[in-house]
Write a protein that binds this ligand. Sequence first.
Ligand SMILES: CC(C)(COP(=O)(O)OP(=O)(O)OC[C@H]1O[C@@H](n2cnc3c(N)ncnc32)[C@H](O)[C@@H]1OP(=O)(O)O)[C@@H](O)C(=O)NCCC(=O)NCCS
Length: 167
Amino acid sequence: MYKLDSLSADHDRQGFDCGSEPLNSYLRKTARQHQTRGISTTYVLVEESAPVPKAIVGFFTVNICQVLAESLPEQEAKKLPRNVSAVKLGRLAVASDSQKSGVGKILIAGVMQTVLSVFDKVGGIGLFVDAKDERAADYYKKFGFVPLPERPLELFLPIKTIQDSWK
Ligand SMILES: CC(C)(COP(=O)(O)OP(=O)(O)OC[C@H]1O[C@@H](n2cnc3c(N)ncnc32)[C@H](O)[C@@H]1OP(=O)(O)O)[C@@H](O)C(=O)NCCC(=O)NCCS
């Protein structure tokens, strides 16, 4: 059975490999520093019964961000002040040997629960993500993300969609 943990020394960061060196390197070298300094928080998916250091099956990193309403699709930008706050999904990755078996979907569900709890406590208009390439953008579109006008690799999911689908 999987569980989602906040990244700590109990997790085997060095052993993680998702096939993308920038993502591996972020988890191994940067994620904990960013967490300690309040820049972002990383959550890791592990087997509940795995021995410490627990193998990481997948991870995601989120932070609070501020965006200009004018960068949103017209329909979403209506009636918003110039600056609005949201959650940014900075990174998402699944270990190579666990890809295409639904782990990405479990992580996305964790991301949505995080956004909903942030929304309950401090508000926020939704979730942004920078896709690393078109394949990643296609993956996010499956969950209802829409590309920003003229920036096809930056995608947005409104809070209403998240509430309707994941609450
Ligand atoms: C992209 C990634 C996170 C997807 O995770 P995963 O566990 O392999 O995906 P899942 O098994 O949960 O797939 C969920 C659905 O998306 C589909 N899918 C998977 N990758 C896809 C892609 N690149 N484009 C479109 N659809 C995709 C699956 O077929 C599945 O569809 P289904 O429910 O209709 O069967 C993972 O492959 C990964 O870590 N890749 C390397 C790092 C990366 O590209 N990260 C994205 C950062 S921007």
